[in-house]
Design a protein around this ligand. Structure first.
Ligand code: PLP
Length: 394
């Protein structure tokens, strides 16, 4: 076998994603890309804000020496200072440049965090439905995922969560606003979770870190607020990026921030910097670091996402689907009519609609729709959604 048994298993475990991709590509080749309503990919389709283009041109024209060299593995000091200022204002807590490590997106950040925290066999609690890559990231660093179901509103079920904690628990990953559900965790829930983790860590004599994956923090609707995880729990690490709020996922820029109140803050920060280096990232992309330093107060105009969310909710409600209105991010996670997500996704495909079965996110019986597509596509798919549901319910 030319590849490792481990990666072979990973490929098999992600085969449903491949299947959707391959079947979608086949359908598009047969019918033409405009005839297929593809809601599978969470790939932001809005252009970055105009200020991004300006900052990029300005950064490209700067011919000061040394701008394209290797740099400290944590990133440019000036960028970390600018972002530390932004974080301090946002969370009402004083962050310093050394609390931040610039990373290749939130994905890079999560891998850096897990590399820094985990010994082989350490457990990481993950809440289902989840971003599927978490399972791979935990495995990358010798950890063991402990998947815990959320409640019927996709919010943390603290009884189940605490029952899943063990002496080997090292971290709990949370993602709010959530992919795939669009739900936001309340401040009271985070506080309660924090209290449980303090209690648990006290009993077992080692800290449990709360890892907040927040790339959708600035994609929220109806004036919703995303409470500060740092306010809820001292041993918190943030992984985030500019992929969604500047709409630049291809540029691979994000960062990790350590709570100024975290146990072992200095040692932890040193470990994150080394992890960034030895995972082969070395440092986050230099040009982008300089660009985002000028954009700390800039975010995408999310009006198009809001309009799509409202339209999509109307389309699904009119067709009789059961779903929770997303408060943030750009996904809907409705129940699969008839109960079986795989066969329902097949029914949608008969209507030239591509969606992702919920079991890929750890919750069968649901399916995910990403609204990174125009309103026209959502409108054109409406009759297909209605027919697929009627057929599924026979
Ligand atoms: C929940 C969640 N975390 C992390 C990521 C990775 O984002 P990035 O592009 O910043 O690596 C995504 C991307 O879709 C995501 O949905």
């Amino acid at each position: 076998m030319p590849i490792s048994a481990r990666i072979k298993t990973s490929i098999q475990n992600s085969s449903w994603i491949r299947r959707m991709f391959e079947e979608g590509a086949e359908l598009k080749a047969r019918l033409g890309p405009d005839q297929v309503y593809d809601f599978t990919l969470g790939n932001p389709d809005l252009e970055p804000p105009p200020r991004f283009q300006e900052a990029l041109v300005q950064a490209a024209q700067d011919s000061s020496p040394g701008l394209h060299c290797y740099m400290p593995n944590a990133g440019f000091l000036s960028t970390r200072q600018a972002l530390a200022g932004r974080l301090s204002r946002l969370h009402d807590l004083e962050f310093k440049a050394q609390d931040l490590v610039l990373t290749c997106g939130a994905s890079g950040g999560l891998n850096v965090i897990l590399k820094a925290l985990l010994d082989p066999g350490d457990e990481v609690v993950i809440l289902a439905p989840y971003f599927p890559e978490y399972l791979f990231y935990v495995d990358n660093h010798g950890g063991v995922p402990r998947v815990v179901e959320t409640d019927e509103h996709f919010l943390p079920d603290l009884d189940r969560l605490t029952a899943a904690l063990s002496p080997r628990t090292r971290a709990v990953i949370i993602n709010s606003p959530n992919n795939p559900t669009g739900q936001i965790y309340a401040a009271a829930t985070l506080k309660e979770l924090g209290r449980f983790l303090v209690h648990h860590a006290g009993r077992h004599g080692r800290p449990v870190y709360l890892v907040a994956d927040e790339p959708y923090r600035h994609l929220v609707y109806d004036g919703a607020e995303v409470p500060s995880v740092f306010a809820a729990y001292a041993n918190t690490l943030l992984a985030t990026s500019f992929s969604k709020d500047l709409s630049i996922p291809g540029e691979r820029l994000g960062y990790v921030a350590v709570s100024p109140r975290a146990t072992g803050r200095g040692e932890l920060e040193g470990a994150l910097v080394l992890a960034n280096r030895i995972l082969g990232f070395v440092n986050a992309p230099a040009l982008m670091q300089r660009v985002v330093a000028a954009l700390t107060e800039v975010s995408l105009d999310i009006t198009p996402y809001l309009r799509r969310r409202d339209l999509f909710c109307n389309v699904l409600a009119a067709a009789g689907y059961d779903f929770l209105r997303p408060q943030g991010a750009f996904y809907l996670f409705p129940q699969a009519p008839g109960g079986d997500d795989l066969s329902f996704v097949d029914r949608l495909k008969e209507e030239d609609i591509l969606a992702v079965p919920g079991r890929g996110f750890g919750r069968a019986g649901y399916f995910r729709l990403a609204f990174c597509v125009s309103e026209k596509v959502i409108e054109a798919a409406a009759p297909g959604f209605a027919r697929a549901r009627q057929k599924a319910l026979g």
